[in-house]
Each structure stands twice: as structure tokens, then as C-alpha cells.
Write a protein of this length. Structure first.
Length: 230
């Protein structure tokens, strides 16, 4: 077993234990392996250990990896901040985007999504804890944005994503994640059909799963410590 396959198994164990504790079936929560800063070799090792969904933050870095691994049946999720000048690359190369928080960005993604590809799968990022510098739509504006995004032809709105500030304990983390779950329930009560709650990372996936996450985004627990270029 490689180090990555061992760590991937350990993450699956944590997810299963969290599902058991929450009375949820293990297949209720999927794993997104966050491979930012790691090379195509690391992604390939995780794929050989059974992982097919990968998350990336930096568009240029991601596009190189996606091209290098074109021969593998991988699903790529963009989980980094989105600027207008990067939407075309995202629309052309990714399967999912988690970080839509403005209609203008969603409109560009829809216009730029090539017709030969299935609609881009989209989550709206919500700022559930009113973090000062963080991206994400305020919860009270999520319904209006979700209804507009759901109407765009080349996108399929799947759900909500959040990145709360790290909490000091499990109960506090759960309280914040529960706001995202409650918002998803509200949006569905308004007629939307959302099935995805993208929340939970290496440090807090248990709290996220206890609070209804359907997709945890895990990087360092699988690939190790990240080193950013200076
Ligand atoms: C980097 C990143 C992750 C993974 O974080 P880890 O703590 O390494 O698991 C998850 N989500 C987003 C949006 C990220 O940028």
C-alpha cells in the first residue's frame, strides 16, 4: 500500500464512523480529494486506490493536471475563488464548480460551457458564519441567487457549499454547519431540487457529516501537508 492509499482508507474509516454516529448510510456522503499543490502523480496514486473525484483551487495548475490525466475517468471540481477572467477555463475543463456566489459569474459559466459537455454542476457558496474576508453569498440572499442560477441553461444547480472559520470544538462546528443544512431545506421548500451539501474538510469532516454534509472536501488528510510556492 502506498502512503496515499493508506491515508485514503483512514479518511473512509472516519467518514463511515461519522455516518454511523449520525445514523446515516455510508453512501450518503461522498469524498472529494483536494489535490491542490500536489502533482499529477499524487492524483494518479489516489485514482489507483479507487478515488475518482478531485478538487482544485488554482485554475492554471488544475488545467495542467486535468490535461496530463485526460486518459483517466476523473471528475474535476473547482473549489477555488472564481474571477471573471477565469470562468472560460473553468467552463471548458471542470465538471463541477462549488464557489458560485454572484449571478454574473454564473451567467459567464453558462455562456462559456461548451455544448458538447454535460451541464456544469454548480454549488452556491454561502457565507454561513459571516466571516469578514470570505467569499460566499449571505444566507438571506441565497434564495434569489439560487433561483436565477437554476434558470441558466448550461448549468445544473446541485446545492450549497460553505467554508466556515475553523471552530474550537465539535458542537460549535455543528451549529455553523447546521445553518447550511437549514438553508438547503428552505431552498428545497421553495421549489428548488438540491441534493448536495459540500462541507467538511480534514479537520471537521465529522461535524459536517453530523450536520448533513453529502460531500466532504479533504486534502491534507489524504495527500499530506501542502507546500505553497514562495
Ligand atoms: C484546500 C481546501 C480544502 C481541503 O482542506 P484540508 O484541510 O487540506 O482537508 C477543502 N475545501 C477548500 C475550499 C479548500 O480550499
Amino acid at each position: 500500500m502506498t502512503k496515499i492509499s493508506t491515508q485514503l482508507s483512514a479518511v473512509h474509516e472516519r467518514m463511515h464512523a461519522a455516518c454511523r454516529a449520525a445514523g446515516r448510510p455510508p453512501e450518503a456522503v461522498a469524498l472529494l480529494a483536494v489535490s491542490k499543490t500536489f502533482g499529477a502523480d499524487a492524483v494518479q496514486a489516489a485514482f489507483e486506490a479507487g478515488q475518482t473525484a478531485f478538487g482544485e483551487n488554482y485554475i492554471q495548475e488544475a488545467v495542467e493536471k486535468i490535461s496530463a490525466l485526460k486518459h483517466l475517468p476523473l471528475v474535476w471540481h473547482c473549489i477555488g475563488p472564481l474571477q471573471s477572467n477565469k470562468t472560460r477555463l473553468v467552463a471548458e475543463h471542470f465538471d463541477w464548480v462549488h464557489t458560485v456566489d454572484r449571478l454574473k459569474i454564473a451567467q459567464r459559466l453558462s455562456e462559456q460551457r461548451p455544448v458538447g459537455l454535460r451541464p456544469l454542476q454548480v454549488c452556491i457558496q454561502v457565507n454561513v458564519d459571516a466571516g469578514p474576508t470570505k467569499a460566499g453569498v449571505p444566507p438571506d440572499q441565497a434564495l434569489v441567487l439560487a433561483q436565477a442560477v437554476a434558470g441558466l441553461p448550461r448549468l445544473q444547480l446541485r446545492g450549497l457549499m460553505c467554508i466556515p472559520e475553523p471552530a474550537s470544538d465539535h458542537a460549535t462546528a455543528c451549529q455553523v454547519f447546521e445553518r447550511a443544512r437549514a438553508l438547503l431545506t428552505d431552498l428545497n421548500a421553495q421549489g428548488l431540487k438540491l441534493d448536495t451539501l459540500s462541507m467538511g474538510m480534514s479537520a471537521d469532516l465529522e461535524a459536517a457529516i453530523a450536520s448533513g454534509s453529502t460531500l466532504v472536501r479533504v486534502g491534507s488528510a489524504i495527500f499530506g501537508t501542502r507546500h505553497y510556492p514562495a
